[in-house]
Design a protein around this ligand. Structure first.
Ligand code: NAD
Ligand code: SER
Length: 342
């Protein structure tokens, strides 16, 4: 008998940490964690199995299929936007081919056990592409269907994978003699930049916000790579996890879209710096603007319209800008620092 499990790819990343921690406090789920890197030890005890491997490796995925009965996939593994821009071929291989491999795996699993496989996909504001800062200011809160002209390899990968997911769920093998649903229930969130108290990011372009904060907490100087006027939406990690889990649990009949915007607050880089300084008055935060990276951030919207998520499945972030710092980030970072010193 194969074991019924939930598969989390990219489990050792920032969202993976938050998601496994969340599941560890909820009703029991057998988690199979997959990542290129070994899973953090404190997460391993919450998982049924933790596998080191590459989502591009078809043999590895076939082995998973033979060992486990997968009922839901949280597909988090990806190369983020800055890293993807430096290694576009590798990004395409992981972000697109890897996602296609997992969609095929989900379909195969659904066929085997006869139940739908939920496929949760964290997309991104990087799927948008606005021409410049002035256009972005004019655009205001953008809906899911506007400005779908990403300027990064990562954004192109995300946008295409949203479409692939829609294809698998709604139009799979439509010209087959006996067309049958794929059994994949694809659901995606377009996340803004995420900020975690537990982990520091790497390889993203929204990283300036969490980097400023984590450097201040460590007592290290930091130079922000975008100018103070730059604005994109952000969210505290617990809300990102809550959104993912709520979307997974939502009644399929209520979901009118496969891809939903979610957001929490939209501070400028200058406002983030001020908020960090309010909590860490000795922090040294300057600016060393990287123009190409700034242009990428400027191609992402300043705000997104998340009304469909609020209406269809009750999306409502717990933290606004001030409470995210006051009630989650600052106390969480201090606790994490104490634990690592103690
Ligand atoms: P992360 O970089 O912290 O984690 C990604 C994980 O994927 C890493 O542990 C990495 O080792 C793993 N990975 C990379 N390539 C792999 C491969 N070929 N096979 C197996 N594992 C591989 O990123 P994160 O912040 O946890 O992001 C998770 C997902 O959420 C990604 O899809 C990302 O695009 C998306 N997302 C993140 C943000 C954000 O601000 N953090 C915003 C929007 C969307
Ligand atoms: N926060 C991510 C990045 O900067 C966007 O998904 O790459």
């Amino acid at each position: 008998m194969r074991k019924p499990v939930v598969l989390i790819t990219g489990a050792n990343g920032e969202i993976g940490h938050g998601l496994i921690d969340y599941f560890s406090h909820q009703t029991h789920q057998d988690i199979v964690a997959l990542d290129l890197h070994p899973l953090d030890e404190q997460l391993q005890r919450h998982c049924h199995a933790s596998i080191v491997g590459d989502i591009v490796d078809q043999n590895l995925l076939q082995r998973l299929v033979s060992e486990f009965e997968i009922h839901a996939i949280y597909h988090l593994a990806a190369l983020l936007s800055t890293r993807a821009e430096y290694t576009p071929d590798a990004a395409h291989a992981v972000n697109v081919n890897g996602t296609l491999n997992l969609l095929k795996l989900a379909h195969e699993q659904a066929r085997w056990h006869g139940n739908t496989v939920k496929f949760l996909f964290p997309s991104s504001i990087a799927a948008y592409g606005l021409p410049d800062r002035a256009a972005k200011t004019d655009a205001g809160r953008v809906t899911e269907t506007e400005f779908a002209f990403p300027r990064t390899m990562y954004g192109c990968n995300k946008l295409y994978c949203e479409q692939l997911g829609r294809y698998f769920s709604d139009h799979f093998r439509q010209l087959a003699q006996d067309p049958a649903p794929s059994g994949v229930d694809f659901r995606a969130l377009r996340y803004p930049g995420l900020i975690s108290a537990q982990t520091a990011p790497s390889g993203g372009t929204s990283d300036y916000a969490p980097e400023m904060l984590h450097a201040a907490a460590r007592g290290e100087p930091y130079n922000c790579f975008v100018d103070p006027e730059v604005v994109i939406p952000f969210m505290a990690m617990p809300d990102a996890i809550d959104g993912l889990v709520r979307l997974a649990e939502a009644d399929a009949g209520k979901l009118r879209q496969r891809v939903y915007n979610v957001t929490a607050f939209s501070p400028s880089a200058g406002q983030i710096r001020e908020e960090v300084l309010r909590h860490f008055p000795d922090a040294q935060i300057g600016y060393e603007v990287d123009l190409p990276r700034t242009r990428i951030v400027d191609s992402w919207p300043a705000d997104v319209n998340d009304t469909p998520a609020r209406q269809d499945w009750g999306w409502a972030p717990r933290y606004d800008f001030e409470s995210a710092f006051r009630d989650y980030l600052v106390p969480g970072i201090s606790r994490t620092a104490q634990q690592s010193h103690g």
